[in-house]
Design a protein around this ligand. Structure first.
Ligand code: T3D
Length: 263
């Protein structure tokens, strides 16, 4: 069987390419398991210092493969979508958020349903100018999942979150960037190169410090200022013990570029 996720490691960047282009890289179980395995590797392999998630072909990801949800083939009984969310989508979102390494998402084309929300839980999102973000769920009677009801109001506020989710109106990359939903819209032909450049830059960074930065910023949404200040104290203590911190300061004082090793 073909690889539903292409995996390559180059100069510290683990590139994960969703690879069911005929179905706009929509999720079946095999692709879920392959993506999870790729992210497991990112967690465990110290040679991985950044992740780049993208899609093969003209789409990024069209969410759940609806071919696997044909009600006429299920013998009259409704599927338990809660079970598949619990088993597949939720662990994926948690894995990306938990990973203490930067995850860059290059949205190369349409991102719909869970595909859109998967992109939105990554740390830095670049999108091709022709890409569209579509909260497609309402068209089929579902609610935004994969963290959509959490990410959208946080990133956009309730007014835009509700309008996008209730109408399934497509949002283009330029507007998504203007609204603060993503980091940047990039010319289509430049997307992969730009995203790789960014991922490589981060992969050469002080991985421990970057990971702790990600943890701290993510914790802010549930912390008071006092709790967050205490967290910063604790994480800065940890960052200050890293070799990369010592190297960063030494390089500054020597007026030379720092060479970070990721520990
Ligand atoms: O079920 C659970 O476990 C719960 C979890 C749910 C999570 C979810 O993501 S629910 C939302 C599921 N996704 C959608 O509803 C999006 C469905 N797709 C579309 O609306 C459109 O395809 C797009 C707007 C994304 C793109 O439109 P367009 O016109 O650029 O392309 P197209 O022609 O519609 O699609 C191209 C092909 O991909 C086509 O196949 P064909 O005709 O060439 O053989 C199309 O059927 C296929 N495709 C696209 N999306 C899906 C899909 N096949 C299966 N599942 C899809 N989601």
């Amino acid at each position: 069987s073909h690889d539903t996720v292409l995996v390559s490691l180059e100069q510290g960047v683990l590139r994960l390419t969703l690879n069911r282009p005929d179905k706009l890289n929509s999720f079946n179980e095999a692709m879920h398991l392959a993506l999870r395995a790729g992210l497991d590797r990112a967690e465990q392999d110290s040679a991985v210092r950044a992740v780049l998630l993208t899609g093969a072909g003209r789409g990024f990801c069209a969410g759940q493969d609806l071919g696997d949800r044909d009600p006429r083939k299920s013998g009259g009984s409704a599927p338990d979508l809660g079970a598949t969310i619990e088993q597949f989508y939720n662990p994926l979102v948690r894995q990306i958020r938990r990973l203490e390494k930067p995850v860059i998402c290059a949205v190369n084309g349409v991102a719909a349903g869970a595909g859109a929300n998967l992109a939105l839980v990554c740390d830095i999102v670049l999108a091709a100018r022709s890409a569209r973000f579509i909260q497609a769920f309402s068209k089929i009677g579902l609610i935004p999942d994969s963290g959509g009801t959490w990410s959208l109001p946080r990133l956009l506020g309730e007014a835009r979150a509700k309008a996008l989710a209730l109408t399934a109106a497509p949002l283009n990359a330029e507007t998504a960037a203007d609204w603060g939903l993503i980091w940047r819209a990039v010319d289509d032909e430049a997307l992969q190169e730009e995203a790789l450049k960014l991922a490589q830059q981060l992969a050469q960074g002080p991985t421990r410090g970057l990971g702790l930065t990600k943890r701290a910023i993510q914790a802010a949404s549930t912390n008071s200022l006092d709790q967050q200040l205490e967290l910063e104290r604790d994480l800065q203590r940890e960052a200050g013990r890293s070799h990369d911190y010592a190297e960063g300061v030494a390089a500054f004082l020597d007026k030379r570029p720092a060479v970070f090793k990721g520990n």
